[in-house]
Structure formats: C-alpha cells, structure tokens
Write a protein that binds this ligand. Structure first.
Ligand SMILES: Cc1cc2nc3c(=O)[nH]c(=O)nc-3n(C[C@H](O)[C@H](O)[C@H](O)COP(=O)(O)OP(=O)(O)OC[C@H]3O[C@@H](n4cnc5c(N)ncnc54)[C@H](O)[C@@H]3O)c2cc1C
Length: 292
C-alpha cells in the first residue's frame, strides 16, 4: 500500500522530566522513518505543561526535518498570552497548529480562558495569520454535547471559522466515522477528516481514558481483552491486530490518512505501519527488521 497521498501524522505529549524528553526525542527519531506529514504535540492548561508543549515542539523542530504542529487550547491563559505564544511558534518556524477548546484541570469552572469554544480560537488564529489549522471532531460525539445534531452544527461552525483539516477522537467502530463524515459532507463540509487511531496495546490505560472522553470500546473487544487479563503480550498483539484491521478498512473506504495517538511509544505505530505495508524507504525496512 502506498501512502504518498495519505496524510499521516503522529501525536505526542510533553513528558514531565528531562529524561522523558530525551526518550521522546528518540521515539520521534524512530518514527521519522515513516515520513509523517507532521507530528503534533499536545497542550495542557497547567503552566508547566504549556511550557513543556512549546519546548518539546521547538526541540523537535531543532533536531529533525519534521513538520511540527503544536496543539493550542483556549484554557489556562489570556488572549494576549495566546497571541504571544503564536508569535513564538511562528518565530520557531512552525506553520500549523491544532486549535482546541481544551478541558479545564479538574473541571475548574473558574480557570482562565481566552475563549469559550474552539470556533472562536480558530477565528482568532485565522486572523493572526500564517498557520494551517486542524480541529478536533468526535464520530461518537463530544461527551458534553446535548445531542448529536447540536454537536454536528457546532463542528460545522468551527470548520466555517477557518479550519483546514479535522482530526477525530479515537474510535473502534468505523461505522461511527463513516456516518459522521457522510453527515457533515451533507452539511457542506469539504475539508479532510482524518481518523485518529489509538492501538489498544495497553488496554487498561485506554479503557481508563475512554471512560471520560466518550470513545466506546466495543463489547467484543472488551471481552477478548478481559479474557487476556494477566497476559500483557497477548493484549498487545491483539491491540495491534485490531488497529491494523481498522486502519486497512478505513483507508480502503476512502479515509484521507491516519493520525496515530502514539502515547509517546514508537513500537505500536511501527508495527501497525509494517503490517499495513506502508513502507517508504530502505531505512524503514531496516527498522522493521529490528522489530521482528
Ligand atoms: C485530535 C484531538 C486532539 C486533542 N488534543 C488536546 C490537547 O492537546 N489538549 C487538551 O487539553 N485537549 C485535547 N483534546 C481534547 C479536547 O480539548 C476536548 O475534547 C475538549 O473537551 C473539546 O475540545 P474541542 O476543541 O473539540 O471543543 P469545541 O469544538 O469547543 O467543542 C466542545 C463542546 O462545546 C460544544 N460547542 C462547540 N462550539 C460551541 C459554540 N460556539 N457554542 C456552544 N457550544 C459549542 C460542542 O458541541 C462540544 O460539546 C484533543 C481532542 C482531539 C480529538
């Protein structure tokens, strides 16, 4: 399978320690052989995570040839701080961002916010100029949305504010993605909607995330994973198998690319790409050989 026309991206989060940053940079190097269109770095509302996001993004720019796309959210700062950060990103040579509302730490209703919703942030970044803008979307709907139809309308508003691309929350039910894409196309959305994939290689961890982000793990997967409790290697292998099957089907049915939630690990993404046959270079083939 050739992925030259697909949009491939890998997501990382900023580690809390210098040793973690060092390890992450190795992970990024390992994954760079897959020639992603960009790598993204998540954002947290707390001051240290916010600085960490900038530092990691800048370090990846400094040490690789990759396009880096930092995530920026509305929470944890003022409009003028946000403007300063955009200026810093521009100065660092960054040309794209993921624009999000974000979530307040511990759901603190009084947390400082530059804006209430991501559509306002998109408008702001568009007016600031010079960035390609990705936004988030939810094939199984955002957990706070009062109804699917309201969530879809809010998504369309965000796209119309100036988004260039949408990246989905991870999901395990491809029909939810197809249905989402079909509905928003009928509502006039034409931008690429790239599915986000989270290989279930650490089932307990993903099951915890899924409880609050609204991404459902289907019963047949849960039952298989529960059956393999106490056998992390078995769960890992099943997680890869499911991700490969899911990605194959999505690409076959016209998905414009894949966004991998890497959890800062190289091996699951390398394995998935190996099994998908998305090889591009000799170096990559060598890296695969090391995996086997
Ligand atoms: C690809 C991806 C990357 C992410 N990266 C991060 C990250 O780095 N850091 C982080 O903190 N979180 C991240 N998140 C999580 C995200 O911040 C949360 O899901 C958050 O709760 C919603 O953000 P949003 O940008 O989708 O918000 P919005 O688009 O603002 O939507 C949030 C809710 O408000 C509703 N809504 C939207 N616009 C309006 C409006 N104008 N008026 C009324 N209601 C409205 C929507 O229906 C939805 O229920 C990411 C999610 C995804 C899918």
């Amino acid at each position: 399978m050739n992925h030259d026309k697909r949009r491939i991206s890998f997501e990382f989060f900023p580690p809390k320690t210098d040793a973690g940053v060092k390890r992450l940079l190795q992970t990024v190097q390992q994954l760079s052989v897959l020639a992603p269109d960009f790598v993204s770095v998540t954002f947290g509302a707390g001051g240290s995570t916010r600085e960490g996001s900038y530092q990691v993004a800048a370090e990846i720019v400094r040490t690789t040839q990759l396009n880096v796309t930092p995530h920026v959210s509305c929470i944890g700062w003022s409009v003028s701080e946000l403007r300063d950060m955009l200026a810093c990103y521009k100065q660092a040579g960054i040309e794209s961002i993921v624009a999000l509302r974000g979530d307040a730490p511990d759901n603190d209703a009084n947390a400082t916010r530059a804006f209430e919703h991501a559509n306002q942030l998109v408008e702001f970044v568009r007016a600031f100029g010079g960035f390609r803008i990705s936004v988030a979307c939810y094939p199984e709907f955002h957990p706070e949305a009062p109804s699917p139809s309201v969530d879809l309308q809010n998504f369309v508003r965000k796209v119309n504010a100036g988004a260039d691309e949408a990246i989905t929350q991870y999901f395990y039910n491809n029909d939810a993605y197809y249905s989402f894409v079909e509905r928003v196309r009928r509502m006039g959305v034409t931008i690429p909607i790239v599915p986000g994939l989270m290989p279930l290689t650490d089932y307990a961890q993903v099951a915890r995330f899924s409880r609050f982000c609204g991404a459902e793990i289907p019963q047949w997967i849960r039952r298989h994973m529960e059956d393999l409790e106490g056998d992390p290697q078995g769960q890992h292998a099943l997680g890869i198998e499911i991700a490969v099957r899911q990605a194959e089907e999505l690409l076959r049915n016209g998905a414009p690319g894949l966004h991998m939630y890497t959890l800062n690990r190289a091996e699951p993404t390398l394995r998935v790409f190996q099994q998908l046959g998305l090889a591009r270079s000799h170096t990559q083939a060598e890296q695969y050989a090391e995996l086997s």
